[in-house]
Design a protein around this ligand. Structure first.
Ligand code: ACO
Length: 356
């Protein structure tokens, strides 16, 4: 049986730093409110009309590929997790293949739409392909350019202040060393509360986007026309449905329950305990969530890596960026037990335990 090891990590953060004070200039918020509720001091925004989700992913991928010591043409499969793709379709996976200059058409490209837990889903898929013997080198990427799609008026402040741009990548590689690499991964979902953390327009729902499917909401669609329904209406734009929506406290309460649950599951799978963890890399949703999880699991501060203070919440990119940064800082060494965990929109959540 093959094992999946992390052969190389890469990250890309755009140069532009946007502080909480900068956001105070455009909406009614304060540095104090943001830091107290989220831990965030600043975030990065990509260069508008120049950088894209894929271009950031390309930089992170090139670094991961180089650090893995392979040629880009040795990549067998690309898995790209994002909620902010360059296009509605095609997905970013093929765009990344093109930007990397991978000419082999034997490479497959898959896009993952699992928001904050996208990287965990992507990693788990990569693990299965490696274990089955189908592929040797899989490029797993999370990249987000939120800054193009946030509401910068005071209406959007509860969401906008949280998110940032960036990309992280990992080369997941076949290993034949027993006990190395991914020891366990678990994925979960519960669609009951899908709209509580959502971005619903444009979409094909036509007003049927809540949990009461027999009671569509009137968004001004032309219901008389038998053809040619449009994805988005003026009413939806007026109501800001083309921006992310989040019921923050609801998300918070679920997140602090699901993180510890799924982390305990992967530990149990591997016959290990929280005290065995050298580094927990939680999805950087909110510093308060991370510290709650740390305390709930009885971990020390040194066992948990956080960088949300500098980058905000980069959804699918947050775990690989943090993983890469922790490794670059020497906080993760060969042989360490690393746990990655995420919770987000869907709701979906997951964790992976690996021997680095
Ligand atoms: N600046 C100033 N005031 C604000 C801001 C802001 N940016 N945003 C909201 N407020 C105001 C609200 O309008 C409200 O005012 P009111 O009392 O006069 O009505 C007040 O602050 C409290 O609002 P709440 O939404 O109740 O604030 P809360 O304490 O819940 O904090 C937050 C909001 C930070 C989003 C919190 O709910 C949270 O951390 N939720 C977890 C969700 C999360 O982390 N999501 C990240 C993305 S999802 C993921 O990655 C899992």
């Amino acid at each position: 049986m093959y094992q999946s090891k992390i052969a190389g990590l890469g990250k890309y953060l755009p140069e532009r730093i946007v502080t909480n004070k900068d956001l105070e200039q455009v909406m009614d918020t304060s540095d104090e409110w943001i830091q107290e509720r989220t831990g965030i001091r600043e975030r990065r925004y990509a260069e508008k009309h120049k950088e894209t989700t894929t271009s950031m992913a390309t930089q992170a991928s090139l670094q991961a590929i180089e650090r893995a010591g392979i040629d880009k043409e040795e990549v067998d499969f690309i898995i790209f997790a994002t909620l902010s793709p360059d296009y509605y379709f095609p997905g970013c996976g093929v765009l990344l293949q093109r930007e990397l200059g991978i000419t082999r058409t034997e490479v497959g490209a898959l896009d993952i739409r699992n928001q904050c837990s996208g990287f965990l889903y992507a990693l788990s898929i990569a693990d299965q392909y490696i274990k089955s013997g189908m592929y040797k080198n899989i490029l797993v990427v999370g990249s987000e350019m939120h800054s193009m799609g946030l509401d910068f008026s005071t209406r959007g402040r509860g969401v906008t202040v949280i998110f940032g741009d960036g990309a992280g990548a990992a080369v997941v590689q076949r290993s034949e060393v027993n006990g190395q690499g991914i020891l366990s991964s678990r994925l979960h979902s519960d669609g009951t509360y899908a709209e509580k953390l959502s971005f619903i327009a444009p979409g094909s729902h036509g007003g049927y986007h809540n949990d009461k499917l027999d009671q569509p909401i009137d968004y001004g669609f032309d219901t008389d026309s038998p053809y040619g329904e449009i994805f988005i209406t003026q009413k939806m734009l007026d109501e800001g449905l083309h921006y992310p929506h989040m019921e923050g406290q609801f998300v918070f309460k679920l997140a602090v329950t699901k993180f510890p649950e799924v982390i305990n599951e992967v530990l149990e799978d591997a016959g290990l305990q929280t005290s065995d963890i050298d580094m927990l890399i939680p999805h950087q949703a909110n510093l308060r969530i991370a510290s709650f999880v740390q305390k709930r699991l009885g971990l020390s501060e040194d066992q948990v890596f956080n960088n949300i203070q500098k980058y905000g919440n980069t959804t699918a990119a947050s775990v690989p960026i943090a993983f890469c940064e922790a490794w670059e800082a020497g906080k993760i060494k060969a042989g360490d037990l690393v746990c990655l965990a995420a919770f987000g929109s869907g709701f979906t959540w997951g964790a992976a335990l690996l021997r680095f």
